[in-house]
Design a protein around this ligand. Structure first.
Ligand code: RVP
Length: 496
């Protein structure tokens, strides 16, 4: 006979936190959101710690190199999507690892034989008004000059005028040598009243631009997540099929942490993948596994060697797994059970395995609840898809700005490995995700500031200044559907 779980499967919206004593030290400025990413022994700390408890979802519509750079600068981490070729994914990792704050690889480049018409077209396409002129028109060619909007007048100049006739030639440029620090580059920019400074190597090959306008942006990223060589930290999604080729390529490219990406991770495929990685690379390569929703799944993957466990089946905003397959569990209930298993495991073994709550965060307050319920960090797709930095198109739909957001189990992503049941190699048999729009919300940095502010404020109301204290001290209550109504504005006529 089937086993019945008596507990109802519940989600975050069904819970609230009860305020605890807020002491005078308990102010948002004193709250730290530092949190472990990978397992560690009692008395030690995790090899990788996030400065904010957020990672972006392993999805085509969320986590490319652009998102990874922006999120790491703000203290979190992206797992670059794995539903792409191995080389393409490794190239994205390399871009993040090679990113140097303030040193921009130019995406607007031409040769001196191009014309003013080409300059205007490129400016329209890229939005960049500073164009590098190199011998081969690439971002790595020999630097011959630069063109900015001060070099031409569209009202009087001929469109077929050659770039070499109006560019600022190399001989008149102030340049810097590769190896210069950002501080030194900015000093040159100030001393020479420049808007941009090209950085070249000893053979005059073009490397980067440093822009005056970027300086302030780069000064205020105190939470930036970087490795021992000051390079941004980045993760990558992998699957249980091509891991023998993909993992070495990603490690070679510099990925700091991997995560097996699957809608249902309680499988022998994941065990084999974990065992292969640990036997080939030992503890040097960190790898998370999942997703699971109960104690059995948690223990299975931890014993197979996982460095963190991802929790959640069917709760994602674009996910229809529960509807199509009838599997899953309310995200809060899943998290509460797995967190209990994790705490027991810690007591028995002295090994702390961080938990990632994945999917279903629809409100900022859900984040604090998830952390209070035992998550160490949160994976979010919808939240990040709304920002400028996500890789998808921004469109106007019915008069509102939106961004595209599609599931990995949708026909659009065709990520069959994520839904693989061992015989799916010929393609997805049915969809488990939808293609959608999310309201456009602006820049990641601005939105994170508000979200983090709310989380810190709630933590202070609970009388806690760290995530581990929150887990220990939080008092959580179930709410009735009637009291949920009480929680919003009610019995008033809200003004427009
Ligand atoms: P959300 O943040 O609620 O948008 O959920 C994102 C999560 O949804 C992902 O991290 C992943 O676990 C899950 N996902 C991604 N694609 C699909 C799907 O197509 N069903 N689900």
């Amino acid at each position: 006979m089937a086993q019945y779980l008596n507990e109802t499967s519940r989600t975050f919206s069904e819970y609230l936190l009860i305020p605890g004593l807020t002491t005078k030290e308990c102010v948002p400025n004193n709250v730290s959101l530092k949190t472990p990413l990978t397992k560690f022994k009692k008395g030690q700390t995790s090899d990788i710690e996030l400065n904010i408890p957020f990672v972006s979802a392993i999805m085509q519509s969320v986590s490319d190199d652009g998102m990874a750079i922006a999120l790491a600068k703000n203290g979190g981490l992206s797992f670059i999507f794995g539903s792409q070729g191995i080389e393409e994914q490794a190239a994205m990792i390399r871009k993040v690892k090679n990113h140097k704050s303030g040193f921009v690889i130019s995406t607007a480049n031409l040769t001196q034989e191009h014309t003013l018409k080409d300059v205007i077209q490129l400016k329209g396409k890229t939005g960049h008004s500073t164009i590098a002129i190199t011998d081969d028109g690439t971002a790595e060619g020999k630097l011959l000059g630069i063109v900015t909007s001060r070099d031409y007048r569209t009202s009087t100049d001929r469109l077929d005028k050659k770039v070499k006739e109006f560019m600022t030639p190399f001989s008149n440029l102030v340049t810097a040598q590769l190896g210069i620090s950002l501080k030194e580059a900015n000093d040159i920019i100030w001393d020479h009243k420049l808007n941009s400074l090209p950085v070249i190597d000893e053979n005059n090959n073009f490397k980067f631009f440093v822009f005056r306008k970027d300086y302030d942006n780069h000064k205020d990223n105190p939470l930036e997540l970087s490795d021992s060589q000051k390079k941004l930290v980045v993760g990558a999604g992998i699957n249980t099929r091509d891991y023998k080729e993909r993992v070495p390529a990603l490690v070679e490219a510099g990925a700091d942490v991997l995560c097996i990406d699957s809608s249902d991770g309680f499988s022998e495929w994941q065990k084999e993948t974990l065992q292969y990685i640990k036997s080939e690379f030992g503890d040097k390569v960190k790898v998370g596994a999942g997703n699971v929703v109960d104690k059995d799944g948690f223990l299975y993957l931890v014993e197979a060697g996982a460095d963190f466990i991802k929790v959640g089946v069917g709760g994602g905003s674009i996910c229809i797994t529960r509807e199509t397959k009838g599997i899953g569990r309310g995200q809060a209930t899943a998290l509460i059970e797995v967190a209990e298993a994790r705490d027991e495991y810690f007591k028995e073994t002295g090994i702390y395995v961080p938990l990632c709550s994945d999917g279903g965060i629809a409100q900022d307050y859900h984040m604090v609840l998830a952390l209070a319920m035992g998550a160490d960090f949160l994976m979010m797709g919808r939240y990040f898809a709304r920002f400028d930095e996500s890789p998808t198109r921004k469109l106007i739909v019915q008069g509102n700005y939106v961004k595209e957001y599609w599931g990995e189990g949708s026909n659009r992503a065709r990520n069959w490995q994520r839904y693989d049941m061992g015989d799916t190699a010929d393609g997805l048999k049915f969809e488990e995700g939808v293609d959608s729009y999310v309201p456009y919300a602006g820049s990641l940095k601005d939105n994170l500031a508000v979200t983090v502010g709310k989380i810190k404020s709630t933590m202070c109301s609970c009388g806690t200044t760290s995530i581990s204290l929150l887990k220990e001290k939080a008092k959580i209550t179930l709410v009735s559907s009637v009291s949920i109504v009480e929680g919003g504005a009610h019995d008033v006529i809200v003004k427009e």
